[in-house]
Structure formats: structure tokens, C-alpha cells
Write a protein that binds this ligand. Structure first.
Ligand code: ATP
Length: 339
């Protein structure tokens, strides 16, 4: 994908707040038209990166390009980007239509065109019939959509979204994830989305950048991150990691690096066929999750593994002695022991 055009290009970007380094040595290309998520725990620097792209913060060092233009020192209004904030920031006294048209008014677009474009943007988020309402007469999800329509109406080349679904309840959040992804596909502009929710990032994104402590740990597709985490941090943060220590690995495989296996790669029972490893252990707990059941098994070497049980946990109880096995080909080595 390296030959793709970069909508956003960050080179050696660093941001200090006093003695605090919020973002360090950041090199990142976000491609034109992709849905890119920045994922990481609280304080890892995601929002700071978003604000740097939007021009709300200036980097301490490094450069930022948008579609090949160096915008490092440019003000937010000089960049062809727009931002949707978590609190939506709608004007309470204005109608939904006027809220959406606001950015066009600021840009001195004539009244007729303003209204037409605002209506089209509202239709796009399925709120055409809500144009005359005030924000307080809308639900949380509807307000969210107004905020998105307002950001899209000025036709930015990049839309920045800072945890825009954070205030919604889980069900609505799931619905909005699907809607937002469809919207991005239909408008075709680059979305840069900040979240600390790994499931959300995996569901929506073409690619995800995982941040930890101000640095970018890995950039990959959702599948790539899940199947080929490059560090212990990413293996832990994306999905359930099932980490074997270097000591446990050494005994098993004669190699002193940590490794990881996903819950669905482990099965109960003796190994059937060559190229498989197994271990005895004891069931520590059983978590019934509806569509799946996660069984935590403590192996004889002390490793705790979460196993996806396809039989819904039938006949498995805490305290029971079990054997688990896996294919050696599924082992992901994590030489990056420091992370
Ligand atoms: P969250 O998910 O909680 O929003 P985040 O990953 O977005 O976290 P940032 O908000 O980018 O993290 O913050 C990164 C670090 O920079 C944090 O330690 C934060 O306290 C610090 N920081 C951010 N903005 C400022 C500021 N204006 N002044 C001082 N420190 C700041």
C-alpha cells in the first residue's frame, strides 16, 4: 500500500507539554479515502495527534502534510479538514438546519446554496425531516449525526472524529458504528477516528494505528493487528492475548521469546496429528457470553489461557482437570519483550 497517496503525512512529529512528551517520533501516512482509527489507552496521545492534524496544536518538532501540502504551521481554518468532537458542540439556540449551515455561512456561501447544501448533508445522515428542530429536541444519536452533517457540509478532504460515539449507549453505539462506516464509504473522504475501544476500531477501520505512551506501536489492518501483533502491548490491547512468558516458551519450544495464541486457536482434548502442542491444566473459570463461552485454564507451567469453547461451556466447571492443544503454526512470537 506504500504507493497509495497520503491524505495525511506525519514525519518525526513530537509534541511536548512542558516536560511531558505527549507524542514522540511519529511517522505515519493515512491514505486518501481510508477509514483510519487511532487506538490506545487513555493518555497514549491519540487526541493530541488528532489535534495536531487539525491544527489545534502545533508540533514541537516534525512536519505535517495534507495531500502533499506542508501545513505544519498553518491555522485550523487554513487546512481542508474538519473535526467532530465528542460533545458535538451544537449551538442550542439554532435550528438543526442552521447548525449544519453554519460553516457555510462563515465561508460566505449565499443563503440559497447554504440551505440546499445543509439539507443535502442532513439527508445524507437521514435527518432530513428534523431540519427545523432545536438540538435539545433530538436524541443523543441524532445530535451526533447533526454534528457529522455539520462537519461534512463544508466538504473537507479529511474528517477528524474524536471519540464521537463515546457518549452513546452500547446498542446505539454499535448502530452508529455501522452507519458511520457506510457514510464514510459513500462520501469517500478520509476519516481519522480516535477511540480507546478496540472492538470499535476493528469493526470500522480499513487500518488502525495502535498508540502506547506517546508512540505508535503498530499500524495494520484489523486482521493484521489481530493475527500478527508486533508486541506484547498490541497483543494485549487488541483481542485476548494469552501470553506465554519467555521462560514457558523456552521449555516448550527452546526459544526464549514470549508468544501468544488467540482463544479460538486452542481446543480441548489431546492433540490430533503432527505439528500440535498440548498441555494439562485446570479450569479456573467459565464465562458464558451468549454467542460464545470463554474458559480460563491455568496450565501446569502457570500460564493462564482463555479458550473459546465451541460447545457453550457444557460439562466444563471450575476446578476440573483438562488438556488443551493448539497448532504450532498458530503461535505468534513476540520478540519485542520490552513492550
Ligand atoms: P484519552 O483517551 O484519555 O483522551 P489520549 O490517548 O487521547 O487519551 P492525549 O489526550 O493525547 O491522550 O494526551 C496524551 C498526554 O498528553 C497525556 O498524558 C495528557 O495528560 C497530556 N496532555 C494532553 N494535552 C495537554 C495539555 N494541553 N497540557 C499538558 N498536557 C497535556
Amino acid at each position: 500500500m506504500t504507493d497509495q497517496k497520503a491524505a495525511v503525512r506525519l514525519r518525526q512529529v513530537r509534541k511536548q507539554f512542558g516536560d511531558m512528551t505527549a507524542v514522540d517520533s511519529l511517522d505515519l501516512d493515512i491514505y486518501d479515502g481510508e477509514f483510519f482509527s487511532m487506538l490506545g489507552p487513555s493518555g497514549s496521545g491519540k487526541t493530541t495527534v488528532l489535534r495536531l492534524i487539525g491544527g489545534f496544536e502545533l508540533p514541537t518538532s516534525g512536519t505535517i502534510e495534507l495531500h502533499g501540502d506542508d501545513v505544519t504551521d498553518k491555522a485550523p481554518f487554513e487546512r481542508n479538514v474538519n473535526t467532530v468532537f465528542q460533545d458535538y458542540a451544537l449551538f442550542p439556540h439554532m435550528s438543526v438546519l442552521d447548525n449544519v449551515a453554519y460553516g457555510l455561512r462563515v465561508r460566505k456561501v449565499g443563503r440559497k446554496e447554504r440551505r440546499e447544501r445543509a439539507r443535502a448533508a442532513l439527508d445524507r445522515v437521514q435527518l432530513g425531516s428534523f431540519a427545523d428542530r432545536k438540538p435539545e429536541q433530538l436524541s443523543g444519536g441524532q445530535r451526533q449525526r447533526v454534528a457529522i452533517a455539520r462537519a461534512l457540509v463544508v466538504e473537507p478532504s479529511v474528517l477528524l472524529l474524536d471519540e464521537p460515539l463515546g457518549a452513546l449507549d452500547l446498542k446505539l453505539r454499535r448502530e452508529m458504528q455501522v452507519e458511520l462506516k457506510e457514510l464514510q464509504r459513500s462520501v469517500g473522504i478520509t476519516f481519522v477516528f480516535v477511540t480507546h475501544d478496540q472492538e470499535e476500531a476493528l469493526t470500522m477501520s480499513d487500518r488502525v494505528g495502535v498508540f502506547n505512551d506517546g508512540t505508535l506501536q503498530q499500524v495494520d489492518t484489523p486482521r493484521g493487528l489481530y493475527t500478527r501483533p508486533n508486541s506484547r502491548f498490541v497483543a494485549d490491547f487488541v483481542g485476548t492475548s494469552n501470553l506465554f512468558t519467555a521462560a514457558a516458551a523456552s521449555k516448550r519450544y527452546g526459544r526464549s521469546d514470549q508468544f501468544t495464541l488467540r482463544p479460538e486457536q486452542i481446543v480441548f482434548g489431546e492433540p490430533a496429528g503432527a505439528g500440535r502442542s498440548s498441555s494439562a491444566g485446570e479450569v479456573a473459570s467459565v464465562a458464558y457470553l451468549g454467542a460464545s463461552t470463554h474458559v480460563t485454564v491455568r496450565l501446569d507451567d502457570g500460564t493462564e489461557l482463555v479458550v473459546l469453547d465451541r460447545d457453550g461451556g457444557d460439562g466444563i466447571e471450575a476446578g476440573q482437570t483438562v488438556t488443551v492443544s493448539w497448532s504450532d503454526a498458530d503461535v505468534v512470537w513476540l520478540p519485542d519483550n520490552a513492550a
